[in-house]
Design a protein around this ligand. Structure first.
Ligand code: MN
Length: 234
């Protein structure tokens, strides 16, 4: 039998040991650092964690030596960087207890949740879905994935982002409003998590726009850094 469309390609993240981690679903946490919630005009005290999703194909793996080039996307004049700690799920689970949550983590990476901020804010204002603002092709550049078996759990570590060498975001992942274990417990009430799922845990304050030609460097202490260059629109 002949397929009428090409078979779907799996997206992989390269691990620190050179293996390929197949990416399942991509979950993102909204407003998970106080100062960022405030810069987005929201009171962090009142907001329980909330989630949105992106296609796995939005994940682009940075080449360990040369970095990664992504095109400036269409239909935006305000494409924002969001530096985030990425959690990779290694063991399936549903309604996971907080105390068991860490057992489900395969590893961690440094990642970006790039965002068409103009479209996201317009949708937010109108009470519409965020998809065109958030689920943007190539919008999740992600560094090499480090297994817990190598680097342990990332619980307190500086997270930073520079654009052309200038610091834009600087915080500590210990300042997450909802910790990794709380996020896994909460998210797994709604979804049966599977090995391969990724969770982008939210961004600290200092989000801002990039333009073609900019180079973003995102670091989390204890994890491989991520370097991304923004190239001209198609
Ligand atoms: Mn984000």
């Amino acid at each position: 039998m002949t397929n009428v469309v090409p078979e779907k390609q799996t997206t992989y993240l390269q691990t620190t040991s050179g293996d390929q981690f197949p990416v399942g679903r991509v979950f993102c946490v909204g407003r998970n650092y106080e100062a960022h919630a405030r810069e987005m005009g929201k009171d962090p005290e009142r907001d329980p964690p909330f989630f949105f999703t992106k296609w796995p194909e939005t994940v682009r793996n940075a080449d360990p030596t040369d970095g990664l080039d992504i095109r400036y996307p269409p239909e935006t004049q305000n494409y924002h960087h969001e530096a985030e700690l990425v959690v990779a799920i290694g063991k399936a689970g549903f309604q996971i207890a907080e105390d068991d949550a860490k057992d489900h983590v395969w590893g961690y990476a440094t990642g970006l949740d790039m965002t068409r901020r103009d479209l996201q804010l317009d949708a937010r204002e109108k009470g519409r879905p965020w998809d065109t603002g958030k689920n943007v092709e190539n919008s999740c550049p992600t560094g090499r994935l480090q297994p817990v078996s190598d680097g342990g759990h990332i619980e307190a570590a500086a997270i930073s982002l520079t654009v052309n060498g200038e610091t834009r975001q600087l915080a500590d992942v210990a300042d997450l409003i909802w910790s990794v274990r709380e996020i896994i417990a909460d998210l797994s009430k709604f979804y049966a998590l599977e090995a391969g799922d990724l969770i982008y845990t939210g961004t600290p304050a200092g989000v801002g726009a990039v333009v073609p030609g900019d180079t973003i460097v995102c670091t989390i202490d204890g994890l491989p850094a991520l370097e991304v260059t923004i190239s001209d629109p198609a």
